[in-house]
Design a protein around this ligand. Structure first.
Ligand SMILES: Cc1cc2nc3c(=O)[nH]c(=O)nc-3n(C[C@H](O)[C@H](O)[C@H](O)COP(=O)(O)OP(=O)(O)OC[C@H]3O[C@@H](n4cnc5c(N)ncnc54)[C@H](O)[C@@H]3O)c2cc1C
Ligand SMILES: NC(=O)c1ccc[n+]([C@@H]2O[C@H](COP(=O)([O-])OP(=O)(O)OC[C@H]3O[C@@H](n4cnc5c(N)ncnc54)[C@H](O)[C@@H]3O)[C@@H](O)[C@H]2O)c1
Length: 476
């Protein structure tokens, strides 16, 4: 063994939250593990996605909530201080320094190899190191790909010259643009529109569809759109960008309907593409640039002998940090038992399978109002052929919600699978509901019978009383 060629039980490429967790689990299973990272240990989530975006959103949401409380609202009438908001964000990204996360890798017994990793045939990884050298890593048991995603941009004439913002530019911003155009109606678009409108930008949201948050219950996007408009944002539906050009510091945006919009910056929040284009996938018979299909233990299905795993965003099952970390826990444990020749517990909800990816993926959108959803929407349940009862309730009628803030607006939906007597999905929309979501995740993942939920008594007067109201409505 020398510096340029090393052998480990497991090699992980990508030290985002998901790769880190996979490595932690394989070390816990007694397997020597190296992790390869080309940028910052901690990945997109820690430095450019979850953490900075939520650090930017927190004062925005806290202020919006405080402004609904007479006695407090007067003290919150002034503008937010962007420099202080950006400063707190910088603390949460550790000023884009990964020393803390590298220390954690050390403490967990995971070897870090810095550089760009590529597959080079079965169980082989070649790392191009920052000093121009190469390190060959051989895996005895498994290679785990956890290389995440980057922003997907549409192909538009002139886009490169415009220097458009992608999510990294928004979450890492140092200045507040006077006019910000945001293209897209998904999670990044609504969260960043919320931040920049509150920090002082005039935001225009250009949504090609007819609603926001199209993967969720329709009322979620409707309530978020109402609130963005009340905050002063211009939310346009059926608005497709046809061309972009930068002249004299301004971006001129041509719309498909012939209209034009002028902005100082344009953010494309139009989805993600996987970091699989330059990963050596062709050396193992896969197509560069593709998302990677996996089984429930996260093994890449198209590769023989079961040595290649893909966890987190790149398998396209659920582009969320918590769900990727869950996959990493399952895959890491599966690699551990397979290495020992022990049986894999791959029954649904078994110890080595990411069953929740199919039935119980939770997500909180940190807008005002917050949106929390888990499991199937009513439309998805219908498409899946389930016999369901859809139960809606206006959160404004819950005592805990009206105490939370005046003029409370929110709505909840419970989708009951009538044949199994359990919940297929739950959605909460309203201020303060994000922390409520895990109760629904437990009910859905635990397949708690609706009749037993009737005995789970929510405390009075909390927003959790929505559970009682939904169940009463269901039983009527
Ligand atoms: C603006 C924004 C906000 C978000 N907010 C949330 C949120 O609030 N909650 C949530 O659950 N999810 C959120 N997400 C999604 C979340 O960021 C991702 O689901 C998560 O980062 C996926 O983790 P990962 O480890 O799979 O990939 P990543 O975090 O992308 O990490 C992949 C790592 O692999 C490295 N890498 C890539 N290729 C190579 C290579 N060839 N060699 C070596 N290293 C390589 C990268 O440098 C990176 O460090 C957000 C996303 C965005 C864009
Ligand atoms: N709070 C959270 O959990 C959180 C926050 C941010 C991001 N994320 C995750 O990160 C991922 C990426 O988020 P995202 O918002 O970029 O993707 P997304 O898939 O949620 O939304 C992309 C939106 O862009 C639209 N779009 C795509 N191409 C377009 C085009 N050419 N022109 C106009 N519109 C176009 C789509 O119709 C869609 O509405 C998501 O999977 C999301 O779950 C999660």
């Amino acid at each position: 063994m020398n510096d340029a060629s090393r052998t480990y039980d497991v090699v992980v490429i990508g030290a985002g939250p998901v790769g880190e967790n996979a490595a932690d689990r394989t070390v816990a299973a007694g397997l020597s593990t190296a992790i390869v990272e080309r940028e910052l240990v901690g990945g997109e989530c820690s430095y450019w996605a979850c953490m900075p975006s939520k650090a930017l959103l927190r004062p925005v949401i806290a202020r919006a909530e405080g402004r609904r409380l007479p006695g407090l609202s007067e003290a919150l009438s002034g503008p937010l201080d962007p420099a202080a908001v950006f400063g707190r964000r910088d603390e949460f990204t550790s000023h884009w320094d990964d020393a803390g996360q590298v220390g954690w890798l050390d403490s967990a017994g995971i070897d870090l190899v810095r550089g760009h990793g590529r597959l080079d045939g079965p169980k082989q990884v070649v790392v191009a190191t920052p000093d121009g050298g190469t390190v060959r890593l051989t895996a005895r048991h498994a290679v785990v790909l956890a290389t995440g995603t980057t922003a997907a941009l549409p192909s538009l004439p002139g886009l490169d010259e415009v220097r458009p913002w992608i999510s990294r530019d928004a979450t890492g911003a140092k200045e507040v643009p006077g006019r910000l155009a945001v293209v897209g109606g998904g999670v990044v678009a609504v969260e960043m529109a919320t931040v920049f409108q509150a920090l002082g930008s005039q935001v225009t949201l250009l949504v090609r569809g007819q609603g926001l948050l199209p993967k969720m219950e329709p009322f979620a996007g409707e309530l978020v759109a109402d609130s963005l408009r009340e905050a002063g944002a211009d939310v346009r539906f059926g608005a497709s960008v046809a061309s972009v050009a930068r002249t004299g510091g301004e971006v001129r945006i041509g719309l498909a309907d012939g209209g034009e919009l002028v902005a100082d910056e344009i953010l494309f929040a139009t989805g993600r593409r996987p970091h699989t284009g330059d990963l050596g996938l062709d050396t193992v018979g896969l197509t560069p640039g593709d998302w990677l299909s996996v089984d429930d233990t996260c093994r890449v299905t198209a590769v023989e002998d079961g040595w290649l795993y893909a966890v987190g965003d790149i398998n396209h099952r659920a582009l969320l940090t918590h769900q990727g970390k869950y996959q990493a826990r399952m895959a890491g444990a599966a690699i551990g038992v397979r290495a020992k020749g022990e049986p894999v517990d791959d029954r649904p909800w078994g110890a080595h399978v990411a069953t929740a990816d199919h039935a119980a993926v939770p997500q909180v959108v940190f807008t005002d109002p917050e949106v929390g959803a888990v499991g199937l929407t009513a439309a998805e349940a219908e498409r899946a052929g389930l016999r369901v009862k859809v139960v809606d309730y206006d959160l404004a009628n819950v005592s805990g919600a009206s105490l939370f803030g005046d003029d409370y607006r929110g709505r909840a939906r419970m989708v009951v699978d009538l044949d199994r007597g359990v919940l297929a999905g739950v959605t909460f929309v309203g201020p303060g509901t994000g922390e409520l979501l895990h109760s629904a995740t437990i009910a859905v993942a635990g397949e708690v019978p609706v009749e037993r939920l009737w005995h789970a008594v929510p405390s009075y007067p909390t927003i959790s009383e929505i559970w009682l109201r939904l169940l009463e409505t269901y039983r009527q």
